[in-house]
Write a protein that binds this ligand. Sequence first.
Ligand code: MN3
Length: 245
Amino acid sequence: MSKHDQGRRAFIKTTGKAGVAAGIALTVLPSWASAETGSRFATGFTQQPLPYDYKGLEPVIDAMTMEIHYSKHAAAYAKNLADACVAEKVDTNNTKLEDVLRNISKYSPKMRNNGGGHYNHELFWQCMKPGAMPKPQGTLAAAINSSFGSFEAFATQFGDAGKNRFGSGWAWLVLNADKKLVVGSTPNQDNPLMDISDLKGMPLLGLDVWEHAYYLKYQNKRPDYINNWWNIVNWDFVQTRFDRG
Ligand code: MN3
């Protein structure tokens, strides 16, 4: 059961009693369920189960890479984020991770690296799925065509953002404050929610271009990893994020 589900159950139980006692139906939402973020979309502070097994994305991403990436790298970001939250007195039961990231300049480098690392990976796992369709459809496809000229032009621009990111980082498709689709990249574990980021907005799709994401299978050939990655993008998930953005 996810932390959010646990929170929801506890919330329903608590307000159920209060509602009966007061004779009214309460409509107050817990803090993590703000209208802005929506409880279904908020990223919690703890690592969630991978939505497929380690072999699920083969042959694009091999099982060993997925296992190490999820159970070692991403797990470490989650653990170090928890430690940073204790040290910096972030009440994880009553704070949204997204809000910490939006104000990340007020926190330590440890919070920046691990809060970003945890958020980015939780998003990344959901941005992929076995048996994905090759392109977006519907309103997202139309918006991509309108913003970039064609899906192919978008994919080239996004791929170039990942290929040209020197060292470690992420490529992103972002919905910015003007509700425009923008492509770019961030260094290390930074992301477009962060107040310190040059690229700003709601991340719709993220691609991990750290070597740990591809090196066992692709070695130095990051462009091959990126080109193959299009075969496993979960466009339904990206569409859902676009719809609520
Ligand atoms: Mn990674």
